[in-house]
Design a protein around this ligand. Structure first.
Ligand code: PLP
Length: 428
């Protein structure tokens, strides 16, 4: 299969269909009608509150700051004042038999902040990683998290989209064909948003072998971002496999947005692999990462930083809640003729529409009709027109909303199946 470079806007002809829903915020605007009670399965914004231990730690921190005689809200001037980086490095070392040191870890403004700072640093012309100063290509596996392409483009990179196969596994032939002398980075996200796929150890090994082969062939370094924001939300016995022991030019990105339901608090981190480069380059890289972070956001929110440093690293939300939501929605979707695979992780369901819908714009008026519009994200947002017949449902909502969604789906598909296309048009 062929990879598709996404050109910078100025070089690209406008594709009306691809741009039909340019942002998830458009979907919210469509639903802003005071007379309706939307069933909102759009964003991965966890409804489940953080565990009580989080609030206990917050109470302790607030009391401490209130009672101390100096200002607890100043700039963070020390490297790791509360020992959070040390804690993360230790946890990664235990889980993956690795050798991270606290200096390898940087606390960021969510995983988005981490992705942004790393991309800016790696693609920066003249920076410590820069080899080819002209065009930097970043390989992204599709379907992908909607902001990936924007983060790459706003940092001057050219996203090259490589589609996964029909069951959302890595397509090795396509990846191998997509790597070129100007390839700078590859982004991997497992458990995957939106498909829920988790890449196996064997798949990651094969990927690492291909990268090593291509690096040697072209005499280049390829930096991998391993986006692990859903690594605690999975339905497997074992740890989610990682590339940490397979490819040293690696940044591992994570956040507490999903694992602790802190998406609005904007706190995450990245860990630079200790084997990423020789000592001198590693130091230069660390400095460049730190500089880019300071120039963008100074540092991550201090209060959250303090609270998280007090919590055990394995303190996470109870995922049985997501399991129940996903199971119910999965059953309803199957019953209604969607093609959907049970996710291995995350709280998303990625579904292909029943046969009678040509594409998502055909389904949308039905879903939006009535006093309880069903909101989801159109598949095209996650990788272009190829996903026009797909939709993503986010199941991190109250169970009552999942039940309402199931009822609505059964009603509109199972009953609506009897309607002709022109009747359906009347529903608009
Ligand atoms: N990466 C993936 C795969 C995501 O799904 C998300 C958010 O949904 C993010 C990164 C952004 O996470 P954060 O809220 O920590 O910035």
């Amino acid at each position: 299969m062929k990879a598709e470079p996404i050109m910078h806007t100025k070089n690209k002809k406008t594709n009306a269909k691809e741009n039909a829903a340019v942002s998830i915020y458009d979907v919210f605007r469509q639903s802003a009608d005071a007379n309706t009670r939307p069933i909102n399965l759009t964003v991965g914004n966890p409804n489940l509150p953080p565990p009580l231990a989080y609030y206990d730690a917050m109470d302790e921190v607030l009391l401490e700051i209130r009672n101390q005689h100096w200002n607890g809200h100043g700039y963070m001037v020390e490297e790791d004042p509360f020992g959070l980086c040390k804690k993360i490095a230790k946890n990664l070392n235990q889980r993956f038999d690795a050798h991270f040191v606290p200096k390898d870890v940087r606390i960021t403004v969510g995983a988005t902040g981490a992705l942004d700072v790393i991309t800016k640093t790696v693609l920066d012309v003249g920076g410590p990683c820069a080899e080819s100063p002209d065009e930097n290509e970043v390989i992204i596996m599709a379907p992908y998290f909607v902001e990936y392409v924007n983060i790459v483009k706003t940092n001057g990179g050219i996203p090259v989209i490589v589609h996964t196969d029909s069951t959302f596994r890595l397509d090795f032939e396509a990846i191998e064909n997509a790597i070129r002398p100007r390839t700078k980075m590859i982004w991997i996200n497992s458990p995957n948003n939106p498909t829920g796929a988790i890449y196996s150890e064997a798949e990651l090994k094969r990927l690492a072998q291909i990268i090593a082969k291509k690096e040697k062939q072209y005499g280049i370094n390829i930096y991998v971002i391993e986006d692990a924001v859903y690594d605690t939300i999975h339905f497997m016995e074992d740890e989610v496999p990682s590339l940490i022991n397979l490819h040293p030019r690696l940044f591992r990105v994570n956040s507490w947005s999903k694992s602790l339901s802190l998406s609005g608090e904007r706190i995450g981190y990245f860990a630079t692999h200790p084997g990423i480069a020789d000592e001198e380059t590693r130091t230069a890289l660390r400095d460049a990462l730190f500089l880019n972070m300071r120039m963008r956001v100074v540092h991550a929110p201090l209060l959250q930083h303090r609270i998280l440093a007090r919590l055990p690293v394995d303190c996470v939300t109870d995922i049985s809640y997501y399991r129940q939501n996903i199971q119910s929605l999965y059953e309803a979707l199957n019953e209604c003729g969607f093609t959907v695979m049970p996710p291995q992780g995350t709280f998303y369901l990625w579904a292909v529409l029943p046969f009678e819908f040509e594409d998502e714009t055909d389904f949308r008026p039905l879903a939006m009709a009535g006093t309880e519009p069903l909101l989801y994200l159109p598949g095209a947002l996650f990788g272009g027109e190829r996903y026009n017949r797909c939709v993503r449902f986010s199941a991190c909502v109250a169970f009552e909303d999942i039940q309402r969604a199931c009822d609505k789906l059964r009603q509109l598909i199972c009953n609506g199946r009897l309607l002709t296309p022109s009747d359906r048009f009347m529903c608009k």
